[in-house]
Write a protein that binds this ligand. Structure first.
Ligand SMILES: O=C[C@H](O)COP(=O)(O)O
Length: 328
């Protein structure tokens, strides 16, 4: 039993130039449109458009794992929980199952934790190439004093985080203060240094898809390596319409600058079939190159459990109980 790896899932990873951003182009921002009803119509058709079965489905699910920021962001996180999460990131699926589908060396794309847990995660992932992502800048509201948000980034990087998920000030979007958003993002990107920065837009709090598209563009102009939908703490987190608005902004930015920016839907993605819908949408709208962990991540705390159940079903014909997958 071998996974039929679709060619697009296996593209050799080419090192992309980092997005260093560009001067803020307010005319471009002002011209951004988002046709909400057309986007919503298209998003509705997506779940039924592509049906992948059996070995192809197993391959797509392994791809989803390799592009996952396995996350714990709870007030009651402990070092022990983070160590268990990291063990899961190293070996996300039982070796017996992976052996049966002919897959080796599978890990998650990263582990994502609060700043306080970065040293524990770095220690637990030593000897692997799995990066630690830290949510910094007063996550999730992003309303702590700006100088503290900047120093939190520096501390997370010093503690070993290679990726920093920052939260933007939603009020800059809601008041149309694009200059303030650009300046804030640019300063945060500079504070990250060599660490890659994911800009969390908190799209559920931005009001309109047009705002989402504009905020995406401004963050990319200011040098975001990734744009990310949500903290997971807003009332509405990742959705397909928001994804379409954001990835079309990524496409427009690449067309204008030649630079590829990554995309991270996060919050509320917990089903394997939803993960496949997202991957298919990315492939359709941005192309197969984006189906690699340097350009695409799921931010998810419970998706891995459902993917494991589906892979186990593929191999054994039986579904395991949820309690057998307590982490991820
Ligand atoms: O960035 C990741 C999110 O906080 C995870 O959200 P989730 O717990 O709904 O999967």
């Amino acid at each position: 039993m071998q996974t039929a790896i679709d060619e697009s899932l296996q593209l050799p990873q080419i090192q992309e130039p980092r997005n260093d951003g560009m001067p803020l182009d307010l005319d471009w921002v002002a011209s951004v449109q988002a046709n909400t009803s057309a986007i919503e119509r298209r998003a509705k058709t997506l779940p039924g458009r592509r049906s992948v079965k059996k070995s192809h489905q197993a391959a797509w699910l392994c791809k989803a794992i390799s592009c996952m920021d396995l996350t714990t962001l709870s007030g009651d996180d402990t070092e022990a929980r983070v160590r268990r999460l990291c063990a899961k990131a190293r070996q996300p699926v039982s070796p017996v199952i992976l052996d049966k589908i002919g897959m080796t060396g599978l890990t998650t794309g990263a582990v994502c934790v609060y700043h306080d847990m970065v040293p524990t995660a770095v220690d637990a992932l030593r000897g692997t190439s799995i990066p630690v992502a830290a949510v910094s800048t007063g996550f999730p509201a992003g309303l702590s004093p700006f100088h503290l948000r900047i120093s939190e980034i520096g501390e997370s990087v010093a503690a070993g985080a290679e990726e920093i998920d920052i939260v933007i000030s939603r009020r800059h979007v809601l008041t149309g203060n694009w200059q303030a958003l650009y300046d804030e993002m640019k300063e945060m990107r500079a504070a990250c240094g060599h660490a890659h920065v994911k800009a969390i837009l908190a799209t559920g709090e931005l009001g309109t898809l047009r705002n989402v598209a504009k905020a995406s563009l401004v963050c990319m102009m200011a040098g975001a390596d990734f744009i990310k939908t949500s903290t997971g703490k807003e009332p509405v987190n990742a959705t397909l319409p928001v994804t379409l608005a954001m990835i079309r902004a990524i496409r427009a930015y690449e067309a204008r600058t030649g630079l590829k920016v990554g995309y991270k839907p996060a919050g509320g993605i917990s089903k394997a079939k939803d993960a496949i819908t997202y991957l298919a949408m990315i492939k359709d709208e941005l192309g197969g190159r984006w189906l690699q962990p340097d350009l695409f991540r799921f931010g998810a705390s419970s998706l891995l459990g459902d993917i494991e159940r589906q892979l186990e079903h593929y191999v054994t014909g039986n579904y395991s109980a949820n309690w057998r997958h307590p982490i991820g």
